[in-house]
Design a protein around this ligand. Sequence first.
Ligand SMILES: [Fe+2]
Length: 167
Amino acid sequence: MANSVLKVQPTVESPETDLEQRGRLAASLTAMLADAYVLMVKTQGFHWNVVGPLFVSLHELTEQQYQDLFGAIDKIAERIRALGYPAPTSIADLMPHSALAEAHGSNFSAEQMVSALISDHETVSRRLRDAVEVAEDLRDAATADMLTKRLQVHEKAIWMLRAIIAS
Ligand SMILES: [Fe+2]
């Protein structure tokens, strides 16, 4: 038992790290980046277009959320680079990797906006849990930690959005 405790585990930079596994993790991060972009644009669009009694609360909450997503996008992309893979340089390259549908038009009620955002944050949370597993398989603690923190943010967003429309 003592030997296994002392055994040095491979790190993300180690030549022992399996290239295919690392590629899978970079692909997972690219998917997370694509989701974050789609959700940021949708969240900001709702921030601009919300009307009605929920205006103040949803306008302010969406501002916090799109700003958080903007910061997350940079961190996720830089982690892809740290793994040795290229970060995307166009929306067109990124879009096929997102599991989220874009919101077209501006004719949404505040309740429809909140429901759409909750659904997207739930989808992102599910995909983040899968990505954390990939990072943990690789023993990439830094990426797993970053993704776990993102998961906490999305779960909090779900709670706050649900609270806005709770009766
Ligand atoms: Fe604004």
